[in-house]
Design a protein around this ligand. Structure first.
Ligand code: NAP
Ligand code: HSE
Length: 439
């Protein structure tokens, strides 16, 4: 029998528990796939006294000192599942310097410190597996790193935050209030420790940065492109979008246009007949176009214990069979191209959905369309549903009603300028909603 691969896990929360469960309960299957036994040797947590759903065997070291695990002579591969940037970065660096391969699901860490960690891994002849960091059970790193090797990716549209997609689905399908849907996503283990990163678009933007680096050889940070989440979206928006023939999705997009990269992560209207519009719950989907393969669509469960543990485990098996080093080196293939310039944000060109809450008074629509017209924004349709007529004019004029406008194609810059001016209209009751429409 080949030698044992000894695994240390930092973090025994949602994902760590799933990985520990697989190591402890599926050892025979894993040994068959890896050609050698894989054993859980050490676990580091914040609070060792906390009750856990996983029963660790007596020979497993349980420590509150993650550095001890990262440098432990009886650990061959360190699996970082604690999350956050610091001190996770320090532990990963220590593990690499001590000759260990690393597997992580931590997109925040890779987005912030990926270059430093990857360089350190290369310097020490080690690998970092991060399949679980982007799309849960959907092996998009493997697809971009290997299967798309013959292609120049020209466009990528992705749903890569399971929590947001779950919330939007629960709100629309079950009429659940936003807060209740978010609480359910947390209970199911989909959300980050700080769920604001899920709903404000940060998590998807961090994942998009990793995908852009792989697909286009260009480093972009979420500060460089528009990032808006789903936290301002109301059930009314989902219903209006549906009436207009669209679903609302938190869409992460990167497109090559005339030698420039258009990149954004925004709640977006997607036409019902598109595969991306049909992704429900915590599922992820990545729709790619490659210049050789054409259109390709990949989908799987994007968050939660099982799907994420499945991806982490695949990376551990990669280490066990000796493939991880090759896979990791292959990702470097995409680093040899010239970085692409980013398209200026204000030039991003598409249609928009606008929703205003307006006092039901004369001239309000004229005021709004006047601003839009002066900014050169052309309207495609307008919806204001009737509300029951009341006797007193003053009561009508003080009631607030939604006004929804779909524009023809315009630029992000024109929309931003119009939004700044529209905010000054006295009969508007903020917040207004501005959502792009996927082309
Ligand atoms: P989680 O449930 O909050 O678990 C975090 C674990 O890390 C806990 O066991 C915690 O210990 C431990 N920990 C925190 N600080 C520590 C420290 N300084 N030293 C040692 N242990 C420490 O998080 P999670 O949802 O499993 O996520 C883990 C990582 O996977 C994150 O990077 C996340 O972005 C990523 N990820 C998560 C999912 C998902 O669906 N949840 C999917 C893909 C990727 P205690 O238990 O003692 O507090
Ligand atoms: N919080 C993340 C999500 C976990 O909901 O997609 C998977 O990365």
């Amino acid at each position: 029998m080949s030698s044992l691969l000894r695994v240390g896990i930092i973090g025994l929360g949602t994902v760590g528990s799933g990985v520990a469960h697989l190591l402890l309960n599926e050892s025979a299957r894993l040994q068959r796939r890896a050609g050698r036994p894989i054993e859980l040797r050490a676990v580091a947590v914040r609070d060792a006294a906390k009750p856990r759903g996983v029963q660790l065997q007596k020979n497993v070291l349980l420590t509150e000192n993650a550095n001890e695990l990262a440098t432990h002579p009886e650990v061959d591969v360190v699996v970082e599942l604690m999350g956050g940037v610091e001190p996770a970065r320090q532990y990963v660096l220590e593990a690499l310097k001590h000759g260990k391969d690393v597997v992580t699901a931590n997109k925040a860490l890779l987005c912030e410190a990926g270059d430093e960690l990857f360089q350190t891994a290369r310097k020490h002849g080690r690998s970092i597996g991060f399949e679980a960091a982007v799309a849960g059970g959907c092996p998009i790193i493997q697809i971009l790193g290997q299967a798309m090797s013959a292609n120049q990716v020209t466009s990528m549209q992705a749903i890569i935050n399971g929590t947001s997609n779950f919330i939007l689905t629960e709100m629309f399908n079950r009429g659940l209030p936003y807060a209740a849907a978010l609480a359910e996503a947390q209970r199911m283990g989909y959300a980050e420790a700080d769920p604001s990163m899920d709903v404000d678009g940060t998590d998807a933007a961090q994942k998009l940065s990793l995908l852009v680096k792989l697909a286009f050889g260009t480093a972009v940070s979420p500060e460089d492109f528009p990032v808006q989440g789903i936290d301002t979206i109301e059930l009314a928006d989902l219903k209006y979008a549906d009436e207009l023939g669209y679903a609302v999705k938190l869409l992460a997009t990167a497109k090559l246009i005339d030698g420039q990269l258009e990149v954004h992560t925004q709640a977006t209207l997607v036409r019902h007949d598109r595969p991306l519009a049909q992704v429900d719950g915590p599922y992820n989907m990545i729709a790619l176009t490659g210049d050789v393969v054409g259109k390709a669509v990949f989908s799987a469960m994007g968050a939660g214990e099982q799907a994420t543990a499945s991806a982490v485990m695949a990376d551990i098996v990669d280490v066990a069979v000796g493939r991880a080093g090759l896979t990791f080196r292959a990702l470097d293939l995409f680093g040899d191209s010239e970085p692409l310039p980013l398209q200026p944000q204000e030039k991003i060109y598409r249609r928009y959905y606008l929703r205003f809450n307006v006092l039901d008074r004369p001239h309000v629509i004229a005021d709004i369309t006047d601003v839009l017209g002066r900014k050169g924004i052309s309207l495609a349709s307008v919806i204001q549903h009737e509300v029951p007529e009341v006797e007193e004019t003053s009561a009508t004029e003080n009631s607030v009603v939604p006004l929804v406008i779909m524009t023809h194609r315009t630029t992000e810059g024109q929309i931003r300028q119009a939004a700044a001016e529209l905010d000054r209209i006295a009969a508007l009751r903020p917040p207004s909603v501005y959502m792009p429409v996927s082309g």
